[in-house]
Ligand binder design. Structure first.
Ligand SMILES: [Zn+2]
Ligand SMILES: [Zn+2]
Length: 347
């Protein structure tokens, strides 16, 4: 075994460098993982641009899949050789008020992968066992990677939303998150409306499973949703408070607009629109590890997958720049050894 491994780290805001790091043993309740694939996510900018206080240098990456190659003291329920995933939430503590109430997402002592600890832009990473996700055998590591963040975020929001089978659910924005949200919404049995700017996306949206396509550049999306009876849920995958406000009146009474896209802009909705119709605006943050297990299994069973482009780890900086420029269609995945091979071929 090599005593060092290759990693791409950020030494200061905006500056990537390829380095070799010493191979360390995992500490208590942590595992060491041979990374096979890691998705490049827009939230990596929190690390790369230094939006959070960061202890430099830092390896970004929170859509990592690989095999456990060492268990730290006290780890139970996981085995060497097992393929696992690590998402944005680095693992709950188990003893804070929120953990003790079963709310692992809002654990007070949760670290963010690739922000507070080194992430998956590397051949090796160390992760907390409480944050690990199971990877189904029939998904390749590259296919599984984006599902750990983009997939979980959209699946979890839809799964916990108040819509029932047959209800109208709208997905705003058909990008990295939106193209998965449309597929999940369709597979969950909703009537699905996809909303994006321009007519170019219409064909893709239909192919992903949308029953309706609303071009928000050509029509008022709220009026278009009302013409369909009003949406029970709008999943907002685009960032920007204005986009949320522009679709809000497309909710039917009792409907909820769930924001998944982070942006600095405030969300302006009127109290009239909130009160008359009892509509809600909500936020949703990824999901807990068990829901992540379900996201991956549901994806494998239903054939839901992210459209990905794979590149070697050494091209991480270029991949990040392409993603930030909005040129990724739709997710870029860094691939290390074995990343493209499922353990078992789908039948
Ligand atoms: Zn906790
Ligand atoms: Zn992410």
């Amino acid at each position: 075994m090599n005593a060092t491994y290759k990693a791409v780290e950020v030494s200061k805001p905006g500056e990537f460098s390829e380095v070799r790091k010493p191979l360390l043993d995992p500490g208590p309740n942590h595992v060491r993982i041979r990374v096979e694939a890691c998705g490049v996510c827009h939230s990596d900018s929190a690390t790369v641009e230094g939006l959070f206080p960061i202890d430099w240098p830092r390896v970004p990456g929170h859509e990592a899949v690989g095999r456990i190659d060492a268990l730290g003291p006290g780890v139970q329920g996981w085995a060497v050789g097992q393929r696992v995933g690590v998402g944005f939430l680095g693992g709950s503590c188990g003893y804070c008020e929120f953990c003790r109430n079963g709310d692992l997402v809002n654990c007070r002592n949760q670290e963010f992968t690739g922000v507070h600890s080194d992430g998956g832009y590397a051949e090796v990473m160390i992760a907390k066992a409480t944050g690990l996700v199971r990877i189904p055998d029939d998904l390749s590591s590259a296919d599984a990677a984006p599902l750990l963040c983009a997939g979980l975020t959209t699946f979890n929001a839809l799964r916990n939303a108040p819509a029932k089978a047959g209800d109208l659910v709208a997905v705003l924005g058909i990008g990295g998150l939106g193209h998965l949200a449309v597929q999940y919404a369709r597979h969950m049995g909703f009537e699905v409306a996809a909303i994006a700017r321009g007519s170019n996306t219409a064909e893709l949206a239909k192919k992903l499973g949308a029953h309706h396509y609303i071009d928000s550049a050509a029509t008022d999306p709220a009026a278009a949703l009302q013409a369909l009876g009003g949406a029970k849920v709008i999943v907002i995958t685009a960032s920007g408070g204005k986009t949320i406000a522009a679709t809000f009146r497309g909710l039917r009474p009792g409907g909820v607009s769930i924001d998944l896209g982070v942006g600095p802009e405030p969300i302006e909705v009127t109290s009239m629109d909130l009160i008359f119709g009892e509509r809600k605006v909500a936020g949703s943050l990824t999901g807990n590890p068990a829901t992540a297990d379900t996201t991956l299994r549901f994806s494998a069973l239903g054939g839901v997958s992210a459209m990905i482009e794979t590149v070697p780890l050494s091209q991480a900086a270029a991949a990040y720049a392409k993603m930030m420029a909005g040129k990724a269609r739709f997710r870029i995945v860094l691939v290390m050894k074995n990343g493209n091979n499922p353990t078992r071929e789908p039948e």
